[in-house]
Design a protein around this ligand. Structure first.
Ligand code: LLP
Length: 419
């Protein structure tokens, strides 16, 4: 459920008509709904009601906007971060350091030290040398790093290859078969309190089966580690729950997910940790855009909008579907390809799709753009960095400014030794 709905033929975000934002802020612009973020945060938490000890860390990579993070911090969410930059953002948003989990496949020594200095709650170690480095840095600071070892359970998440992370050939974690020996060696290091296991097998999962298969494997690993004398108190189950992007999509609900987790982990006797991203933020945002031109094409018309692949990269990167809706639909439809102004054929949001009929000057939105939208934006083609707006009932605020191409250019210089 989200709070983007038509009233008298006009699309609203909560109580704000989208044409008002287009007029006052300009397009393209991301628009987030606070009520939707809060609802999703609550639904996910409620789905885990049967889990006695838990910690939910929003995967901030999907939407690291400070305003969005503050909303989730107030919902009691921690943060899953993957870089020093994300770590500082999480703290700046008001998330308590001890509620921060540091994932990430290639943390630098400086980032590990930063995590220790900021007093974060947990490091998710990706491989043995990283664990050794963390232990050394912590011991030198006379600190103890709380950590878990990320395992790669070798299951096929059944999602797009580019966002699948739990197959043996993927770069993430250590093989679950070699995890016991690595755990054993790392657990002996001073400076490290290795307290459990982490996994994350992929994103936009539309079936619970691969998750369950992975969790079952981790359950066996926990038993083996305990049999070897290790104290296992925390297991981080990652994120990955899919969201509906188009009509007919029917991913498992948070409630289904929670019930599966409760069943599979019943005897684990640990604090379970979760890193949801898309399921919280995906449907809490839209990308508002204006139609620049409608141009006849060989197969169907091209609807050329003022948003492009640099603003919303998912269609170009993963052939992802984002619903396109007119802000003031006439009821008529057209078949068209929706494209942006960037000079690449990949700058295509939809091919030969039946959409609301639009004309130059009309406003439209790409739905389900609250996750992996603005955060993956760039300034390719010297376009501005897209701004972000947060709506709260009948008020809204710009939570990230549009960064003009000129501002980006001002950070560059021409060497004086080129004449
Ligand atoms: N935890 C870890 C360790 C992750 O790597 C990710 C996402 C998450 C949690 C959150 O996963 P979620 O609940 O959002 O599925 N840019 C891609 C998605 C990349 C996901 C990367 N990792 C996209 O637009 O589909």
């Amino acid at each position: 459920m989200d709070h983007f709905a038509y009233r008298d033929g006009v699309l609203y975000a909560e109580d704000i008509a989208l044409p008002r934002i287009a007029e006052e802020i300009g397009t393209p612009v991301y628009v987030y709904s606070r009520a939707t973020l809060e609802r999703h945060a609550q639904v996910f938490r409620d789905a885990l009601a049967d889990i006695p000890r838990k910690h939910i860390a929003f995967a901030i990579k999907c939407n690291p906007n400070l305003g969005v993070l503050r909303v989730l911090a107030r919902q009691g969410y921690g943060a899953d971060v993957v870089s020093g930059g994300e770590l500082e953002r999480a703290i700046a948003s008001g998330i308590a350091p001890e509620d921060i989990v540091f994932s990430g496949v290639g943390k630098t020594r400086a980032e590990l030290a930063l995590g220790l200095d900021r007093g974060i709650g947990q490091f998710n170690i990706e491989h043995e040398p990283e664990g050794v480095a963390l232990a050394e840095i912590a011991a030198r600071k006379e600190m103890t790093a709380q950590a878990v070892l990320r395992v790669n359970p070798d299951v096929d998440a059944g999602t797009h290859a580019k966002i699948s992370t739990g197959k043996a050939e993927n770069k993430f974690g250590v093989g679950i078969d070699v995890a016991p020996e690595i755990f054993d060696r790392l657990a002996r290091l001073p400076g490290l309190k290795l307290r459990g296991i982490a996994l994350h097998i992929g994103s936009q999962l539309t079936s619970l089966d691969p998750l369950e298969a992975a969790f079952v494997r981790v359950g066996r690993l926990i038993a083996d580690l305990r049999a070897a004398g290790h104290d296992i108190t925390h297991v981080d189950l990652g994120g990955g729950l899919g969201v509906p992007y188009k009509e007919g999509d029917n991913p498992p609900s948070p409630a289904d997910y929670g019930a599966m987790v409760a069943r599979v982990t019943r005897d684990w006797d640990v604090t379970l940790m979760f890193e949801p991203g898309r399921v919280i933020a995906g449907n809490a945002g839209v990308l508002l855009t204006e139609v620049l031109w409608v141009k006849p094409g060989a197969q169907s018309d091209f609807v050329i909008v003022d948003a492009a692949m640099n603003d919303l990269a998912r269609p170009a990167l993963y052939d992802a579907w984002h619903d396109f809706q007119a802000v003031r639909p006439s009821g008529e439809t057209m078949t068209a390809s929706i494209v942006g102004p960037v000079c690449e054929t990949g700058d295509t949001f939809a091919r030969d799709r039946v959409i609301d009929k639009v004309a130059a000057g009309d406003l439209a939105v790409f739905r389900t753009a609250g996750a992996y939208g603005a955060t993956m934006a760039s300034t390719y083609n010297s376009r501005s960095l897209v701004p972000e707006v947060l709506v709260d009932g009948d008020r809204y605020i710009v939570v990230a400014d549009r960064i003009a191409a000129g501002t980006i250019m001002a950070a560059e210089r021409v060497p004086d030794w080129i004449d």
